[in-house]
Design a protein around this ligand. Structure first.
Ligand code: ADP
Ligand code: MG
Length: 735
């Protein structure tokens, strides 16, 4: 059979299977063959669960079943129960006093469970096991560093208990265990793959043979067999490495072509006399940092060329990216469209949330105070314009239709907004610059969509404070030039971060009171919005915004104004709270992590983060960034709920790490690539994410992709690559 053929040509599928396959994105024979096992289990004798005896410490890998909360029969102690199943059988799991565990893991989850086999004879169970989600990612295949999970490549074998009748190395058959979906089991996958292998299939390897040889990677046919039906784990590992390389290689080719095609396009020449730029900047309430000045130079240099700029500005929270964007915008709106003696070029500025869009809108109004221009704000919930016709210092609401009309005829040179900005109806007259705040991918296609009426492609300035590991940056931002804002505005004092044990929370509150008394404001972050449903008495017991706000107001900070902010509020409610917080009508803001990205209230100097172990290190770093906005000393109190040593050790990194990048690297090492915040937006598969742990592999794929494109920009000699790339591009941009 052919890889491109639809599955239905070769398989008789019932509706449930069709639905399940659809959900997994499997439509063709190729899709099926590229649906890789999450791990492998050893079949045959001495299998894991069936061989357990009471008293032993066991590490098991299997799927969860029947998770539920209960009360002890006599003791009435709240607890969770469930089962763990592997190829050989199942064992009961029990957690005393931890009813929330049952809610934290979905049935059917693949987990590693570590605990003591308790009970007697045929009534054994695993007591208070620690659970850890398992994915292919964790197999540690590409772990060039010393990762903690190196040994566990799909193995249900406990390293500690070779006595329990289990081989320490793998003999016997390996069974592939697939990421499943209701309707198609691992068994179904194994049968289906077997059928394809038996029938025979034609493959053409998209990766040039020379590369396979150079990096010692198996051919496509071999790799498929090794990935799905390996004789040993070494083969499986080699196969997965090949597919990870393939994916990163494809991404790099895609980015390389994106870059090349953007470079061929034309853009407006934006060239404003230096003196005007200096004048604009001299009205800032501060002196730009050296890093800001350098970034501005580079950006102005890019925009002068008439070729589209594609630049990523990366800087920690508070490093002053908005001011840089404002200067770029200034240059654009002080340039006339070619061959015209009126009107100006235009700027679109996109933010991920309404709160942020509004904040940028307000910052821009200030930055442009002495160079008045029309600035528009478009969000899902309303449109605004500055200045108002009647009052030159005021913002006014206007209808969407009116706003869009003015954007289209060029009367509004700067339009700020959320995603609403890239809707079809929004058409600019002379769009010269697109600024994207905290967005991950924004390709030529999207740029073109914004600027449909023009032949010119707008310049792109993408900005991010999300520190990501270098491998990932190379993988997802490979089409952009990079500028770092590696300097904080002067006078900023390093934030004082402390890990606070529950018993010491009072001390944190005292410090908070002192700050409030000094006229400062504070954030309290909680992992949940609401209290758990009282009927489900044992649901996840993390602190909730609503209950914590009530408690703080009643018991601790009676004399202060306190408000809540979370994602279930309407954009209007959120805006209102943020506005009042920024005007200091609110002293304490109790919020979920919605305040994570970019919110700016310089007078807030203290943040308490409850349930801190539920956040990744780089997310905690982002949250902490909310309070490094001014020259006041800032404080961050990190309060984990659990007192475990490993939690504390992990959180300590917040105190010691020098910057966000270090923390992102640690997240990658400790929590695995699946936990990197934002991963959903990147469109990288699990196996591709495995590669993120391996700098060498990513660099090799990148170098080779660039070399290939240099030799053969249109990939004429590689029609299959070219075709697969086209499919990829269609998928990433139009799904
Ligand atoms: P981010 O890089 O996180 O987007 P912002 O652009 O929001 O940071 O800037 C954070 C704060 O620092 C703002 O209040 C801004 O006015 C201020 N700021 C920016 N640049 C400087 C500077 N060079 N000196 C002093 N303050 C600055
Ligand atoms: Mg910002």
């Amino acid at each position: 059979m052919h890889l491109g053929e639809p599955l239905a040509t070769h398989f008789r599928l019932i509706d449930a299977q069709k639905a399940a396959l659809n959900k997994l994105g499997i439509k063709t024979v190729r899709d099926l063959l590229y649906h890789f096992p999450a791990r492998y289990e050893v079949g045959g004798e001495g299998a894991a669960i069936s061989g357990l005896v009471a008293g032993q410490e066991a590490t098991l890998v299997g799927t969860l079943e029947k998770m539920e909360t209960k009360k002890g029969w006599k003791s009435r102690i709240p607890m969770s129960e469930g089962y763990l199943r592997d190829q050989t059988g199942r064992i009961k799991l029990r957690w005393f006093n931890q009813p929330y565990i049952a809610k934290m893991y979905a049935e059917g989850s693949l987990v590693r469970a570590v605990g003591k086999v308790t009970g007697s004879a045929d009534k054994i169970y695993l007591a208070n096991p620690q659970l850890q989600k398992v994915s292919a990612t964790e197999a540690g295949l590409f772990d060039s560093q010393k990762g903690p999970q190196k040994k566990v490549l799909g193995s249900p074998v406990s390293a500690k208990t070779p006595k329990a009748g289990r081989p320490d190395h793998f003999s016997g058959d390996l069974f592939a265990i697939y990421p499943e979906s209701r309707g198609v089991s691992s068994l179904w996958f194994r049968h289906a793959i077997k059928k394809i292998f038996e029938t025979g299939f034609e493959v053409e390897d998209p990766i040039p043979a020379l590369l396979l040889k150079k990096y010692n990677l198996p051919t496509l046919r071999t790799a498929l067999v090794w990935a799905h039906t390996p004789q040993n784990l070494k083969d499986a590992e080699a196969a997965r490495k090949r597919f990870a390389f393939e994916e990163v290689f494809m991404i790099q080719l895609e980015l390389g072509r994106e870059r090349a095609s953007a470079a061929k396009e034309k853009s407006f020449v934006v060239d404003v006399p230096r003196q005007n730029i200096n004048e604009f900047m001299s009205d800032f309430p501060f002196e730009a940092t050296v890093a800001q000045k350098k970034a501005i130079e580079t950006i102005l240099g890019d925009m002068r060329l008439g070729r589209p700029m594609s630049r990523l500005l990366e800087g920690d929270v508070g490093s002053g990216k908005t001011a840089v964007a404002a200067v770029a915008a200034y240059a654009a709106v002080h340039t006339r469209p070619p061959a015209q003696n009126s009107g100006t070029l235009q700027v679109a500025y996109m933010a991920p949330t309404e709160i942020l869009a509004k904040q940028h809108f307000e910052s821009f109004i200030k930055f442009f105070e002495h160079f008045p221009i029309n600035i528009g704000l478009i969000t899902g919930s309303g449109c605004y314009k500055f200045p108002s016709k009647l009052n030159k210092d005021k913002i006014t609401t206007i209808s969407r239709t009116q706003l869009l009309k003015w954007v289209t005829n060029g009367e509004i040179p700067v339009l700020i907004g959320t995603h609403a900005l890239i809707e079809k109806a929004v058409q600019f007259k002379h769009l010269a610059l697109v600024v994207i705040d905290e967005q991950h991918r924004f390709g030529t296609n999207q740029r073109r969509k914004l600027a449909k009426k023009d032949k010119q492609l707008p310049h792109l300035l993408s900005m991010t404070a999300t520190p990501i590991p270098r491998t990932l940056a190379l993988t997802i931002y490979g089409d952009l030039d990079l500028t770092l804002l590696d300097e904080m505005p002067p006078g900023r004092k390093p934030i004082i971060t402390e890990i606070v044990r529950p018993a010491d929370r009072k001390g944190a509150y005292e410090k908070m009171r002192a700050e409030l008394q000094a006229g400062r404001q504070a954030y309290v972050i909680c992992p949940r919005i609401d209290e758990p449903d009282p009927d489900k008495a044992f649901a996840l017991q993390a602190k909730s915004v609503k209950a914590e706000a009530k408690r703080l107001k009643k018991d601790v900070f009676q004399e202060y104004e306190l408000e809540i902010l979370h994602s279930k509020m309407t954009p209007k409610e959120k805006d209102n709270v943020m506005l009042r917080f920024s005007k200091h009508e609110i002293d304490i803001l109790v919020a979920t992590s919605v305040v994570e990205v970019g919110v700016n209230v310089p007078n807030a100097t203290l943040i308490i983060i409850e349930g801190a172990e539920r956040f990744g290190l780089s997310q905690l770093h982002q949250l902490r960034g909310r309070v490094v906005r001014s020259n006041h000393q800032a404080y961050c109190f990190v309060c984990p709920e659990s007192r475990g040593e490993s939690t504390t050790a992990r959180l300590k990194a917040l105190v010691t790490a020098k910057n966000g990048f270090e923390l992102a690297e640690q997240d990658l090492l400790q929590r695995g690539p699946g936990e990197l915040s934002g991963r959903k937006q990147w469109g990288i598969s699990d196996i591709g994410m495995e590669a993120i742990r391996n700098l060498k592999l990513v660099e090799a794929a990148r170098t080779e992709a660039q070399a290939l494109l240099k030799k053969d920009p249109d990939l004429r000699a590689y029609p299959l690559l070219s075709q697969l790339l086209m499919q990829r591009t269609l998928q990433t941009h139009f799904e």
